[in-house]
Design a protein around this ligand. Structure first.
Ligand code: ATP
Ligand code: MG
Ligand code: MG
Length: 350
């Protein structure tokens, strides 16, 4: 059988490897960390830095298709794999655009989609100008490498500006106006090599301390908002000539939907699909990157997905006794605060 190569070895890679296995594929994970969640289930694990060209060549030789589960893979790794005749799906361009919040917002704006007002900030002068333009409250974010709300500082009063800039630790940043949303939703969309597009039903996301806490389906959306969300996701996928699954995070406001960010990979807010759909986001992604037709992602249940973060893992024995609760644990040993250890899908209607 063919081998799916997965760059990144976290829980998303683990669940992709499981889905690949279920479709008869082997998998090979490339991840610098020796003991990673995906390595426990993948057929092969190459543990080397993303800059290690020999290791990347070995990976390219071992796999038939390349994908990634992590958006901070250096684009140089994708270039190397491309040169070895193994271009990644999704492609380099989608990865590059979403790695930098500034290029990401410029891309979305270019497409005619709405984002929070934004401005690039490299120093005090930029920040003062950006604050004058955008106003308060606002959020200063590092342009690159942020996740789970890390690398962000809220500015609610002018005197917060200095400490917010210091929190960026000299990295290029972006100031975003604070969006007064009523709630947050996301669309998990998929596109295959033939250009077919399919989206899962939007999920409603609750964040706590910048980390996704819970996703609920169905989301509170009018029919018009629901079709807007799905259509704009299709626009993004098509514009990028995208192959694979993408997560699109949206703010719901009385004036319409505002795009927060896009993630060129399977997405935490799509984990509900494991119990809510015949074909979940992981299988959908493997289908897309393997050149298969997309599966039927229609939702047949109401689901609440709850992340198990840090100490939440201690609740597993209780959750295991709960009817209708499907546990997904990532096999991580160390339950550090803020670390995603697993999730539970509670099916509330069959
Ligand atoms: P992820 O783990 O989803 O990649 P991230 O670190 O990239 O997260 P964001 O999605 O930018 O962070 O922000 C995390 C959360 O902070 C958002 O889901 C939202 O709740 C809040 N937030 C971010 N930007 C804004 C904004 N401009 N206005 C209002 N709230 C915001
Ligand atoms: Mg993000
Ligand atoms: Mg986010």
């Amino acid at each position: 059988g063919a081998t799916i190569g997965i760059l990144g070895g976290g829980q998303l890679g683990r669940m992709l490897a499981v889905a690949a296995s279920r479709l008869g594929f082997r998998s090979c994970v490339f991840e610098p960390g020796a003991d990673c969640p995906a390595s426990h289930v993948a057929g092969q694990h190459i543990a080397a830095p993303y800059e290690d060209e020999d290791a990347l060549r070995r990976f390219a030789d071992a796999v038939d298709v390349v994908t990634f589960e992590f958006e901070n893979i250096p684009t140089s790794a994708l270039d190397m794999l491309d040169a070895c005749g193994k271009p990644a799906r999704p492609g380099r361009n989608a990865l590059r655009i979403s790695q930098d919040r500034l290029t990401e917002k410029a891309f979305l704006t270019e497409l005619g989609l709405r984002t929070a007002p934004f401005a690039a900030v490299d120093d005090e002068i930029d920040l003062a100008e950006a604050l004058a333009e955008i106003g308060l409250p606002a959020i200063l974010k590092t342009r690159r490498l942020g996740y789970d709300g890390k690398g962000q500082a809220r500015i609610t009063a002018p005197e917060d500006a200095e400490s917010a800039l210091a929190a960026m630790q000299g990295q290029p940043a972006i100031l975003e106006g604070f969006v007064e949303f009523s709630h947050e939703v996301s669309v998990i969309g998929a596109r295959n090599a033939s250009g077919d597009v399919a989206c899962f039903d939007p999920g409603e996301n609750l964040h706590e301390d910048g980390i996704l806490r819970r996703t609920t389906v169905p989301a509170r959306l009018s029919n018009a908002q629901r079709s807007d969300a799905v259509l704009l996701t299709g626009q993004i996928l098509n514009k990028l000539d995208y192959v694979g699954v993408m997560g699109v995070e949206l703010f719901v406001t009385p004036e319409g939907l505002i795009v927060n960010e896009i993630a060129p990979r399977v997405h935490n807010s799509g984990h509900w699909t494991q119990q809510g759909c015949a074909i979940d986001q992981f299988e959908q992604h493997i289908r897309a990157v393997a050149g298969w037709p997309l599966g039927d992602g229609g939702r047949y249940a109401d689901v609440v997905m709850e992340n198990l973060i840090g100490d939440d893992i201690a609740r597993v024995p209780d959750i295991a006794r709960e009817a209708g609760a499907a546990l997904h644990l990532y096999g991580k040993g160390d339950a550090r605060p803020g670390r995603k250890m697993g999730h539970v899908n509670r099916v509330t209607r069959g």
